[in-house]
Design a protein around this ligand. Structure first.
Ligand code: NI
Length: 137
């Protein structure tokens, strides 16, 4: 870790009060909360870059009774096999399955495969959530 730098921040009183309310349950001091906000913004910016290597989860809700959906999902995952690291499958109800997949790779490729999976008939909802590992943070 590099050297800690102290700096002053001018902030509107009302805004600071709202910030303190926001962090009161999870943080013991403002410094750590501000550091986390900065880290979050840096990671968010990184994740917007389509050429960036990112890791994350792809969550899919689908109807396994919909004809062909499961097979098409498998075909797409095999087409992009290097992105898919681990799957968790839960039978949520008689019809609906939840699949949580740990993914890793270029943001552009993950967006592409996510669109293909979400676009399948029978997939009710899907969401890709990513983060970028930056050890300098
Ligand atoms: Ni299932």
């Amino acid at each position: 870790m590099s050297e800690l730098i102290r700096f002053g921040v001018s902030i509107d009183e009302k805004l600071l009060k709202k910030f303190d309310q926001l962090i009161e349950d999870g943080y013991t001091n403002r410094s750590e909360a501000i550091r986390d906000l900065i880290r979050d913004k840096i990671v968010e910016e990184k994740c917007q870059d389509e050429e960036e290597d990112v890791v994350g989860t792809l969550t899919l809700f689908y109807d396994h009774h919909q004809r062909g959906t499961t097979e098409k999902m498998m075909t797409i995952q095999h087409d992009y096999y290097s992105l898919f690291k681990s799957n968790l499958h839960l039978h949520l109800s008689h019809h609906i399955c939840l699949e949580v997949i740990i993914v890793e790779g270029k943001r552009k490729k993950l967006n592409e495969v996510t669109q293909k999976l979400i676009g399948l008939r029978g997939v009710k909802h899907g969401k890709l959530t990513v983060s970028a590992v930056d050890e300098s943070l």
